[in-house]
Design a protein around this ligand. Structure first.
Ligand SMILES: [Zn+2]
Length: 97
């Protein structure tokens, strides 16, 4: 965990989304302006602080599948392209998925 990411997440919980070193907020609201509910944002921040990757991934995958649906992308088959969560997020961030 880095201070920069923590600051980004804390600002995001406050409703202020921005990119940090090429990284999107967990809900990509810095790019598409579509914020998750405050409840979910707080849940994610708590999970981040205790390194609860499972909860973080649930929030991220929920967001990604919502975005994918709105773009007409089949998220299940796209998920198969990535060998890990990090790889998936990298692909998603770079627009390859
Ligand atoms: Zn972004």
């Amino acid at each position: 965990m880095t201070d920069k990411v923590l600051k980004q997440l804390e600002a995001w919980v406050e409703g202020n989304s921005y990119h940090e070193e090429g990284l999107c907020c967990p809900d990509f609201s810095c790019c598409n302006g579509d914020l998750l509910s405050l409840e979910v944002r707080e849940l994610y921040l708590r999970a981040y602080k205790r390194n609860d990757v499972g909860t973080m991934w649930s929030v991220e995958s929920m967001t990604l599948s919502k975005m994918a649906k709105s773009r007409g992308v089949d998220i299940e088959s796209q998920l198969g392209k990535a060998s890990s969560r990090e790889e998936f997020l990298r692909l998603a961030n770079s627009g390859e998925i």
